[in-house]
Write a protein that binds this ligand. Structure first.
Ligand code: F6P
Length: 549
């Protein structure tokens, strides 16, 4: 019998335990236990996780594991992996694990094994990307493709854009990739500005193929192409689509023969492993794309089989719950010290916040506890010179993940060592802080004394005790990246299971889309606008007047 999390025994015990632990400084936990690093760190696949700088002890961990058991996390994982319709509000299975099921063992939805269809699309992707990369797929005027432009938004943009940037070291020389997502004409316009239509291939990605931003940009790109190549027939050589919606692709004017399919059991924000990964595969080649899948599959196996104590996604999910529900943390920072991962925080924002930004349980009851924190972040070194001040001396608890490669893409040791030293210095500083006594003696050593010394001390104190995890890997290969992304996907799943919410729908984004349909004609209408609240009516009128000036 599964109980609501906040009424379960482990939840109550965690509350009591939190009261005892909240007043203890991480400095003291380290001082008490010289083996803390060994105790609270482990490897999974090619990733190493140090969570010894988290505000936990053995009792915390065993209570968190009990919390996972109280919601029957094992059974929830099995339901997802075996094709049950765990996305209950849309009556859909959730099988991104099937997209990278390198064991090829059958996975069934409604009694039908999905693996043959998955493998067919992978084979089509291989044929197509090889043809583009080797110059067999040519543009309308017979020229080789030199540039791909991905047009999509949300899951049809963030995942492929993030991975394509991360795997820059593996790009085929002579090929360039651009990602257009923003509805503002400026984005597509500035992108097309420098491109040669004869050598440009557009990949239009949209699960639904009804998304306003994507279709508007795709229409603009299509018009640009036809205007320049002076023939509608050119579209067939310069546009391919990735979608679940064959009819809409055809009615847009892309030949379904140039469409790569995926399925309703792939969520948009979990789709980079499907044909949505086509731009990645063009840029790095299908072998490397499959290495990315291999990495994710290795993490899938780890998540499904490892005991909670050594299960990285479970552990990261539970730590997040610990801070959100017991310490009241409102945010979670992700800080990669790898330039390749510069788009990872933005990608995670959709993954985590669109998945777990929910206020009712799977069964529609309003939750009595907080769910997804605000996820944010930036590459570490840049963040240090922007927002770390608030982490060190602000008034909020900010749990953070530091993501740290041992080696970067280039073998320049001066850069590598400096980056590593910065990452490690920051986690140490966030954990340890600087006491008033330390600040005082440092100031005295620098020659301060008397009133000047007294007034300077409080400004130099850093409370520390900010919890961090450090994820370390060798180098950002396709396999390692696959593991890292899958790690976070499963972390999100763990949290959804604890909170009892459906991580795979996104009803909250619909209202805005409906209102756009009402407001769009009003912007150009002549009738007075009265159907909204006074602010929205007023803004529409104001914009109309301003435009007319
Ligand atoms: O509006 C949110 C959303 O539906 C996301 O879930 C999705 O990734 C994005 O829009 C794009 O949707 P599509 O791939 O159907 O264009």
């Amino acid at each position: 019998m599964i109980t609501a999390p906040e009424t379960s025994k482990p939840w109550a015990a965690l509350r009591t335990h939190h009261e005892a632990l909240a007043g203890i400084h991480l400095r003291d936990l380290f001082a008490e236990d010289p083996a803390r690093f060994e105790r609270y760190s482990f490897e999974a696949c090619d990733l190493f996780l140090d969570y010894s700088k988290q505000r936990v002890d053995d009792e915390t961990m065993s209570l968190l594991h009990a919390l996972a058991d109280s919601v029957d996390l094992h059974a929830a994982i099995e339901r997802m992996y075996t094709g049950e319709k765990v996305n209950n509000t849309e009556s859909r299975a959730v099988l991104h694990v099937a997209l990278r099921n390198r064991s090829n063992l059958p996975i069934r939805v409604d009694g039908q094994d999905v693996m043959p269809a998955v493998n067919d699309v992978l084979a089509r992707m291989r044929a197509f990307t090889t043809a583009v990369r080797e110059g067999h797929w040519r543009g309308y005027t017979g020229q080789r493709i030199r540039t791909i432009v991905n047009i999509g938004i949300g899951g049809s943009d963030l995942g492929p854009a993030m991975v394509t940037a991360a795997l820059h070291a593996y790009h085929q020389p002579g090929l360039q990739a651009y990602f257009v997502s923003n509805l503002d004409f400026t984005h597509i316009d500035e992108t097309l500005e420098s491109l040669d239509p004869e050598t440009t291939l557009f990949i239009v990605e949209s699960k639904t193929f009804t998304t306003q931003e994507t279709l508007t940009n795709a229409r603009t790109a299509r018009a640009w192409l036809v205007r320049n190549l002076k023939d509608e027939a050119a579209v067939a050589k310069h546009f391919v689509a990735v979608s679940t919606n064959r009819d809409q692709v055809a009615s847009f004017g892309i030949d379904p023969a140039n469409m790569f399919e995926f399925w309703d059991w792939v969520g948009g924000r979990y789709s980079l492993w499907s044909a949505i990964g086509l731009p990645i595969a063009v840029m790095v080649g299908m072998d490397r794309f499959e290495q990315l899948l291999n990495g994710a599959h290795a993490m899938d196996e780890h998540f499904r089989t490892a005991p909670w104590q050594r299960n990285m996604p479970v552990l990261m999910g539970l730590l997040g719950v610990w801070y959100v529900n017991f310490f009241g943390a409102a945010t979670h920072a992700v800080l990669p010290y790898d330039y390749g991962l510069r788009h990872f925080p933005a990608y995670l924002q959709q993954l985590e916040m669109e998945s777990n930004g929910k206020r009712v349980t799977r069964h529609g009851e309003v939750v009595g506890y907080k769910t997804c924190p605000i996820v944010w972040g930036a590459p570490g070194n840049n963040g240090q010179h922007a927002f770390y001040q608030l982490m060190h001396q602000g008034t909020r608890l900010i749990p953070a993940d530091f993501i740290v490669p041992v080696k970067h893409k280039h073998d320049d040791l001066a850069h590598q060592n400096a980056v590593l030293a910065n990452a490690l210095a920051q986690t140490e500083a966030l954990m340890r802080g600087r006491t008033a006594a330390q600040a005082r003696s440092e100031l005295e050593a620098a020659g301060f004394s008397g009133e000047l010394l007294d007034s300077a001390v409080p400004h130099r104190v850093l409370p520390g005790n900010q919890p961090t995890s450090t994820i370390v890997y060798d180098r950002l290969t396709p396999k390692v990246l696959g593991e890292l992304i899958a790690l976070y996907e499963h972390k999100v799943f763990v949290q959804s299971a604890i909170w009892g919410i459906n991580a795979f729908d996104q009803w909250g984004v619909e209202l805005g889309k409906q209102l756009v349909k009402v407001i769009l004609p009003e912007l150009t209408g002549a009738e007075p606008v009265t159907g909204h609240d006074a602010s929205t009516n007023g803004l529409i009128e104001y914009v109309r007047q301003r435009r007319a000036r």
